[in-house]
Design a protein around this ligand. Structure first.
Ligand code: SF4
Length: 303
């Protein structure tokens, strides 16, 4: 057993072209964390992270660059995406700690609908607790079509609290998607997921984060077409402007260099792209923005 506190559940190769991953479980000391930094500034009071390490393994993921400050262990950032450790007592802890006034973000450190969740089935338990004891706002950040598995529960929860799904759509180009996030669903599958969530009455935001190389007009038009709410964009974090904290993994920078996309890591280029997208959304009567103000839309308390 590689990690003393974790019991392995499975060691299954993912069918098709997916990389094998391992699943572990451990008991967490707590499940809701008081927010700090960017998430607190946006208006969230708490975050909920159901697992440590994420089997989507995105090449740009900021989380492993946080190392122990992201609650990780060395094996997590050294083997990012190769395994995950679920907090098996998440629902029991949540039942004791959730409060009606909380504004909860799920999750800053893992995708709650990562591939391993398909067999772990931890989120249905979490949603059941929230249905029983709804917080003020619950925002799910994901790029996983697996969320549709829990649609009946989400529909119930949406009637009990302000539920938002922030769904990541990173580019309009599936070749780009395959280079930077090969284990994530295709753009078409994500678009279909957003449509189905909306048809069920769930509030869905398109989160263009990180903003991968794309046709900015086409990506803006896509986000406008498939959602009815504001659009959040977030270019690659770069050390030249964000000198501390989480930043883009080296793997993504190497891909950008190889594919001729290094300008997408250049802050002045990023500003021009976001501004162009902002103008296009504004012309359509919608808001698109980046940073804390945009992220704050996900934490707003409905009157
Ligand atoms: S889905 Fe999110 S948390 Fe998971 S690897 Fe990708 S960027 Fe990181």
């Amino acid at each position: 057993m590689p990690f003393a506190e974790a019991a392995p559940l499975a060691n299954d190769p993912i069918p098709g072209n997916r990389t094998p991953f391992r699943i572990y479980e451990s008991d967490a000391a707590s499940i809701l964390t008081s927010t700090g930094g960017f998430i607190r500034d946006a208006g969230f009071t708490h975050s909920l992270t159901p697992a440590r390490n994420c089997t989507f393994a995105c090449t740009y993921c900021y989380v492993p660059t946080m190392k122990m400050y992201g609650g990780l262990k060395p094996e997590d950032w050294q083997q990012w995406g190769q395994f995950t450790t679920f907090k098996r007592n998440a629902a029991a802890l949540l039942r004791k700690s959730v409060r009606p006034e909380q504004i909860i973000y799920c999750s800053p450190l893992v995708d709650p609908y990562q591939p391993a969740e398909a067999e772990q089935m931890l989120m249905p338990e979490v949603l059941d607790v929230l249905i029983e004891r709804p917080p003020r706002v619950f925002t799910i950040q994901t790029r996983g079509p697996l969320i549709l598995r829990d649609l009946p529960r989400l529909e119930v929860l949406a009637r009990r609290t302000c539920l938002r799904v922030s769904f990541s759509i990173t580019t309009d180009r599936d070749d780009v998607r395959k280079w930077y996030e090969p284990l994530c669903a295709s753009i078409d599958e994500r678009v279909d997921t957003v449509r189905r969530l909306r048809q069920a009455g769930i509030a869905v935001y398109a989160t263009l984060a990180p903003l991968l190389p794309c046709d900015p007009d086409a990506l803006t038009d896509l986000a406008l077409a498939i959602t009815g709410d504001d659009i959040i964009a977030d270019p690659f974090h770069v050390r030249s402007v964000k000198t501390t904290g989480a930043t883009t993994r080296e793997a993504a920078s190497r891909i950008s260099l190889k594919r001729g996309f290094s300008e997408w890591h250049d802050p002045s280029f990023q500003m021009k792209i976001v501004d162009r997208m902002r103008q296009r959304a504004r012309a359509a009567g919608r808001r698109l923005d980046a940073g804390v103000p945009a992220f704050g839309w996900l934490a707003e308390v409905n009157p």
